[in-house]
Design a protein around this ligand. Structure first.
Ligand SMILES: Nc1ncnc2c1ncn2[C@@H]1O[C@H](COP(=O)(O)OP(=O)(O)O)[C@@H](O)[C@H]1O
Ligand SMILES: [Mg+2]
Length: 326
């Protein structure tokens, strides 16, 4: 017998954080919303959070859920929030700027702080790290009983996760250099006593940061708490994407919940006289369905392609029923 999404939650009652991955446009946001809605109906105070810069959740629920959790009208326990990444990026930049300026002054390094700050904040990983930071904040605040993260597209999510190891390495290295600079300065100083007692905001910041990232890594890789799900269509590229994605995740030790197939053409609605492109699509889907079941051992459900886009609570509910009542 095939396992369903409901079976998964029954077998894994301690799961508290779930994340959705897959190619752009396959339905991660709508499926995340559908699962979050179901979970909220089980009585769990649920947060559906999006780290995606596009306002996908506001669009889905046709209301502004930007920057803070908003209770979705018509539900008892479902809150949605679009995470304000831009704001976090600005805040982190400011914070890093202050810390670096302080450090350069402290260590008597005659470099313009701007060059340092530029290299620390202008790299492509910075945005992902800000997203990671946001996710971490939400998780550590612990205001909800269940969290659904409508994760950003594939490559980002992978980097996001790989980042935790890189961070720890980077911060440890920074701390080491920092300690060396500090003892050198202490040796050179006549004001030894005073310096020893001086506060060290950069050191504090870096250690706190490393510890947070490590705590986050522990949560992300704990199969009793976290699980990643992948959404695919019955098409070549979305399948290829999640094959690659699942491979990466296995390497990182990230627990994988299963695969969900979206937008399946309902065969009951077609007949011999249906338009040729529909008949062809249907055959194509059959081929790819076979491939999906062959490639992944944990397919947890198929969702039909609806007559219109999924927008508004009613449609989310319809999708939720389709997925959870397999
Ligand atoms: N089963 C479905 N039936 C009809 N439309 C769907 C279905 N699943 C998703 N859609 C539509 O497809 C588009 C992409 O879905 P979305 O959840 O935003 O994808 P992603 O988050 O992966 O980029 C949206 O317009 C959504 O309403
Ligand atoms: Mg989306």
């Amino acid at each position: 017998m095939k396992k369903t999404m409901v079976d998964f939650f029954k077998e894994n009652p301690t799961i508290k954080y779930i994340y959705f991955g897959g190619k752009g446009g396959v339905g991660k946001t709508v499926v995340a919303a559908a699962v979050a809605l179901w979970m909220s109906k089980q009585g769990k105070r649920t947060l559906l959070a999006s780290t995606n810069p596009v306002h996908s959740l506001s669009n889905l629920f046709q209301m502004d859920v930007f920057g803070k959790p908003v209770l979705i009208p018509g539900t008892d326990n479902l809150y949605a929030q679009e995470i304000d990444t831009k704001d976090t990026i600005e805040r982190s930049k400011k914070e890093i700027r202050e810390k670096i300026s302080w450090f350069l002054k402290y260590a008597d390094i005659p470099t313009k702080a701007d060059d340092f700050i530029e290299s620390a904040t202008m790299n492509p990983a910075f945005e992902e790290s800000a997203m990671f930071e946001n996710m971490t904040n939400i998780i550590f605040e612990d205001k909800f009983e269940f969290y659904v993260f409508d994760t950003a597209p594939t490559a980002n999510a992978r980097r996001l996760l790989g980042m935790s190891k890189v961070y720890t390495l980077w911060v440890d290295k920074m701390l080491q250099s920092r300690e060396e600079a500090r003892s050198m300065r202490l040796n050179l100083s006549f004001r030894k006593k005073k310096l020893e007692e001086e506060e060290d905001p950069l050191l504090d910041y870096l250690t706190t940061f490393r510890d947070r990232i490590e705590k986050m890594r522990v949560i992300l890789t704990d199969e009793k708490k976290s699980s990643f799900f992948f959404v695919t269509l019955l098409e070549s590229l979305p399948i290829a994407v999640i094959k690659r994605f699942i491979g990466w995740f296995k390497d990182f030790g990230i627990p994988i919940g299963g695969v969900i197939i979206n937008q399946c053409i309902d065969k009951k609605q077609i007949c011999e006289d249906s338009a040729e492109f529909v008949l062809n699509r249907c055959k194509m889907q059959d081929r790819y369905r076979e491939e999906v079941y062959k490639s992944f051992d944990n397919v947890l459900g198929e969702i039909p392609l609806f007559e219109k886009e999924v927008r508004g609570l009613e449609m989310v509910e319809k999708l939720s029923n389709a997925l959870m009542n397999q």
